[in-house]
Design a protein around this ligand. Structure first.
Ligand code: G4P
Length: 287
């Protein structure tokens, strides 16, 4: 299966990002806690060089806790400030302010030495589509925020959300394009639903996901679907899921496509359990 991201989108996103980078001190980068490597574009390291950096492992509620701990250690080792959060419920959000201060400590010190006092840190949220940028901005900024920037009738400019005397956030997140160096990255993004499902072959994708989960999460799969211990192949398991969930076409033929959709949906919404697809050891040296 071929996974795609259109070059037109990529160029536009990159241009926007370069423009906005000039305005900010801190990059708050959201990645998906289930696939932190595949859901980040390492070009952000080049684009955001000289900026303070904070990585947020979002959707941590869906990821394997032990893996997330490993990822936190991994990012720290590579010089990032990092937190795990659930932007949807707000879990972990209260630690973001402290992490921002920590990440910008050097900049604040530098300002002070130059006699600049009270200039707020300006930050931008970035991440690939669907990683939770808008949800995070809403949760972080809350209702208390005030918008600064544009006044009616004045030239078009950027909108900033003033979070405190010390921090302002660009109100539109930066979109990073997913990076398809290898097909595994595309496949992982497809697993979590960050790609248009319309163009994917769901049965094939479900088989790939089952193959992947059977390595570390066979127990969770069996608990959810109750297939027999001796059942071995992903196709057998998918057929079992289809039959037990009554996914049939007319004439009692198994409807694999329907069963595959059901299975993918179970995974994406965490009904099989907290599952991480990627572990940091594979990404050593690639970040
Ligand atoms: P984006 O701006 O980066 O494109 O992402 P957005 O905030 O629109 O979030 C994409 C989807 O991810 C949304 O679901 C959102 O609710 C969900 N989401 C964001 N953060 C988290 C999180 O920490 N945990 C979980 N479990 N989900 C999260 P949706 O299906 O588009 O909408 P809905 O289900 O909220 O209605």
């Amino acid at each position: 299966m071929n996974y795609q991201w259109y070059p037109g989108h990529m160029m536009k996103a990159k241009r926007m990002m370069q423009e906005n980078m000039k305005l900010i001190d801190l990059v708050i980068e959201l990645v998906d806690a289930r696939i932190p490597f595949s859901s980040r574009n390492p070009d952000i390291d080049e684009l955001g060089k000289n900026k303070s950096r904070l990585v947020l492992l979002n959707k941590a509620d869906l990821a394997d806790e032990a893996c997330s701990r490993e990822w936190i250690a991994f990012f720290k080792k590579n010089g990032f400030h990092v937190l795990e959060i659930n932007a949807k419920t707000g879990a972990g959000i209260k630690h973001v302010n402290g992490a921002v201060k920590e990440a910008c400590r050097e900049k604040i010190e530098r300002d002070r030495r130059r006699g600049i006092v009270g200039r707020p840190v300006r930050a931008m949220v970035v991440g690939i589509p669907n990683v939770g940028k808008s949800t995070f901005i809403n949760a972080f900024a809350g209702k208390a925020c005030t918008k600064t920037g544009n006044k009616p009738g004045v030239t078009k400019g950027k909108q900033w959300i003033r979070l405190s005397k010390e921090l302002e956030l660009l109100d539109t997140p930066g979109i990073l394009w997913p990076k398809f160096d290898d097909q595994e990255v595309g496949r992982n993004l497809a697993f979590i639903g960050s790609m248009n499902d319309e163009i994917l072959q769901k049965t094939e994708l479900a088989i790939d996901l089952l193959t992947c989960l059977m390595i570390n999460y066979r127990k969770e799969l069996r608990e959810r679907y109750g297939f027999p211990e001796e059942m071995e192949t992903p196709l057998q398991i998918l057929a079992y899921i289809c039959e037990s969930r009554k996914c049939y076409k007319k004439g009692s033929e198994i409807d694999y496509e329907k069963g595959a959709s059901l299975f993918l949906d179970d995974f994406r919404s965490g009904r099989i359990g907290r599952i991480s697809i990627e572990r940091p050891e594979k990404s050593e040296g690639r970040s």
